[in-house]
Design a binder for this molecule. Structure first.
Ligand code: CO
Length: 384
């Protein structure tokens, strides 16, 4: 009280009465009601839409399940798990239909991996200074996924030697379908039924989805109902008219599965105000579809000079890595950037280098260095 504290500050009202009773399923504090997924665009069909993860308000590696980004091609189906079936057929010795109970009986694995939509970060266009990190990098999330390895199910049905592709089909109204090479299918792919310790959320594929570590998000087909072994890819809608990359010479890259190394500073980031000069920890995330992040460098002068950021443990393969760097903001303008290097030696490109290689016709696979400009008054804006 001698230091000027009021009676209410010393013993606030919530300390003078009993609190709320227990609840069946916990919810965030009402004071955090602004930390939500926001629709990214106003689409012509409201069921073919996406929302972004609010990275500027999050900490650590795991995205809360309720804030994992969404991308639906035909809305979220309401699937009864007791009636849902997974058919595995095609070039196999013993085609099988699995119930959910049967899938859960198989030996399980749990892995922490990022998932990124190949349409994340529309940096090809002129930068919109109003964009926040949710707008630029929101189609990226990270969860612990639990399920049965796809290789276990393929072993059960007996894959014939001539089978080179797995065609995965969803049970949603869009019949979302993608083709996956057999080598990846037998490597680290999970048929996942749980996320962050509980059954999948409906918008993440309840009751079962494919999860393909390091590959573009749409291939991790949600509401998985069918896997067909074939000797060629499907050439379906989502791999011919969509999810291809139009190059400067007019040809299109098809089957560009891998999400290459990328990083972004999440704090401070677009839409924030730094406030007073002095100490501010620069924080962000880095990830690579090829393995572990080996290094993240941070620049506060638009790439003129770089310092190594600290990588927080654990640093896992095909998973978000959290980086931090102490920074003293002196109050003048700054340009904040981060640059990731993965364990293969791949270095995240500058915007100029990426556009020189790929042109500006593309929509997908933009992984260039992100720039946040800091004005003299501390306002932070998207600069590229
Ligand atoms: Co692609």
């Amino acid at each position: 009280a001698g230091a000027g504290a009021s009676a209410d500050e010393l013993v606030p009202d919530w300390s003078r009465a009993q609190g709320a009773p227990i609840s069946g399923y916990g919810q965030p504090s009402p004071f955090e009601s602004g930390v939500v997924r926001r629709a990214r665009t106003k689409p012509p069909f409201p069921t073919a839409a996406s929302t972004g993860t609010p990275h500027g308000a999050l900490f650590g590696l795991i995205t809360p399940s309720g804030l994992h980004f969404e991308r639906h091609h035909g809305g979220v189906p309401a699937i009864d798990p007791d009636r849902h079936r997974l058919l595995v057929h095609g070039l196999v010795d013993n085609p099988l239909v699995f119930t959910m109970d049967e899938l859960v009986r198989f030996p399980a694995v749990s892995r922490i991996h990022f998932l990124e939509c190949s349409g994340n970060t529309q940096g090809w266009a002129t930068p919109d200074p109003k964009w926040t990190v949710q707008d630029t990098h929101g189609l990226l999330s990270c969860s612990e996924w639990t399920g049965v390895k796809l290789s276990t199910l393929l072993d059960e049905v007996g894959v014939r030697p001539e089978a080179t592709w797995v065609i995965a089909e969803g049970a949603d109204a869009a019949g979302m379908t993608r083709s996956l090479p057999i080598g990846k299918a037998l490597d680290d792919v999970i048929v996942a039924y749980a996320q962050n310790g509980e059954r999948l959320r409906p918008e993440q594929g309840y009751p079962v989805r494919l999860f393909i570590p390091g590959y573009e998000g749409n291939m991790s087909v949600k509401w998985l109902r069918r896997l067909r072994l074939d000797d060629k890819p499907q050439q379906g809608r989502e791999e011919t008219s969509k999810y291809t990359d139009l190059m400067p010479d007019g040809r299109a890259r098809e089957f560009t599965f891998l999400m290459e190394a990328k990083s972004v500073i999440t704090s401070p980031s677009g839409g924030a105000a730094i406030g007073a000069p002095g100490f501010h920890e620069i924080r962000g995330v880095a990830w690579s579809g090829q393995g572990r992040i080996a290094r993240v460098e941070v620049s506060v002068d638009g790439g003129a000079s770089w310092r190594d950021a600290e990588l927080a443990e654990p640093v896992l393969s095909k998973c978000l890595a959290r980086f931090r760097l102490p920074w003293r903001w002196e109050g003048g303008p700054a340009a904040l950037q981060s640059r990731a290097t993965d364990e293969t030696g791949y270095v995240q490109p500058s915007r100029d280098r990426l556009i020189a290689a790929r042109g500006v016709n593309s929509y997908y696979h933009y992984n260039a260095i992100q720039t946040w400009s800091v004005a003299a008054d501390g306002e932070v804006r998207n600069a590229a």
